[in-house]
Design a protein around this ligand. Structure first.
Ligand SMILES: Cc1cn([C@H]2C[C@H](O)[C@@H](COP(=O)(O)OP(=O)(O)O[C@H]3O[C@@H](C)C(=O)[C@@H](O)[C@H]3O)O2)c(=O)[nH]c1=O
Length: 180
């Protein structure tokens, strides 16, 4: 597995070695020993999630307080723009965001450490999004920052309003977000 540090260096873009033959392909989508090497510490996942969304659906920007989740995210059908926002107050990149296209085609994964808000916009007709988390879902700890917060100014590739959940439509401005 190759790791490319991004503009927020603790976020890693991961690409596994792909084996292709007459039957199709094979790759290791998760290898605990390799991830430990790349991240520089043991990472233990406790939950796997799978969501399916239609084109123009935007989920986010989500995070949990008290029980923050590190996430290993990927797409197995379709294409999304995946976005993370650094919520770590002591970080030189606090308040910065980065976006990466993840798709079934490019097979890229993102390692998103604890302390980030996360969201994605579906670019294809439909997208199946898979992710592992380092802590359990804790509804009382869930927080949402508005996807269109003007201070964050995330450059979502969309001309009209995306499809968001009622919960996400109530996302708070970045300046009111609880940080780490
Ligand atoms: C997140 C989550 C939701 N649920 C349930 C609650 C709810 O009725 C239904 C849909 O939940 P949501 O609308 O919160 O799902 P969704 O908007 O897809 O939430 C996810 O968004 C992405 C961007 C993330 O980063 C994730 O951590 C998570 O917050 O699924 C679980 O059972 N377990 C979970 O871990």
């Amino acid at each position: 597995m190759n790791a490319t540090p991004l503009a927020i260096p603790d976020v890693l873009l991961l690409q596994s070695r792909l084996w292709e033959d007459d039957r199709g392909f094979f790759f290791e989508s998760f290898n605990q020993r390799e991830l430990k090497e790349l991240v520089g510490r043991e990472v233990t996942f406790v939950q796997d999630n799978h969501s399916r969304s239609s084109k123009d659906v935007l989920r986010g920007l989500h995070y949990q307080v008290t029980r923050p989740q590190g996430k290993l995210v990927r797409v197995v059908a379709g294409e999304v723009l995946d976005v993370v926002v650094d919520l770590r107050k002591s970080s030189p990149t606090f308040g910065h965001w980065i976006g990466q296209v993840l798709s079934a085609e490019n097979k890229k994964q993102l390692w998103i450490p604890e302390g980030f808000a996360h969201g994605f916009l579906v670019l294809s007709d439909t997208a199946d999004f898979l992710y592992k988390t380092t802590d359990y879902w804790a509804p009382d700890c869930e927080r949402c920052i508005a996807w269109n917060d003007p201070e964050l100014a995330i450059d979502w590739p969309i001309s009209s309003g995306p499809i968001v959940s009622a919960k996400d439509a109530q996302g708070v401005p970045f300046h009111l977000a609880e940080t780490f």
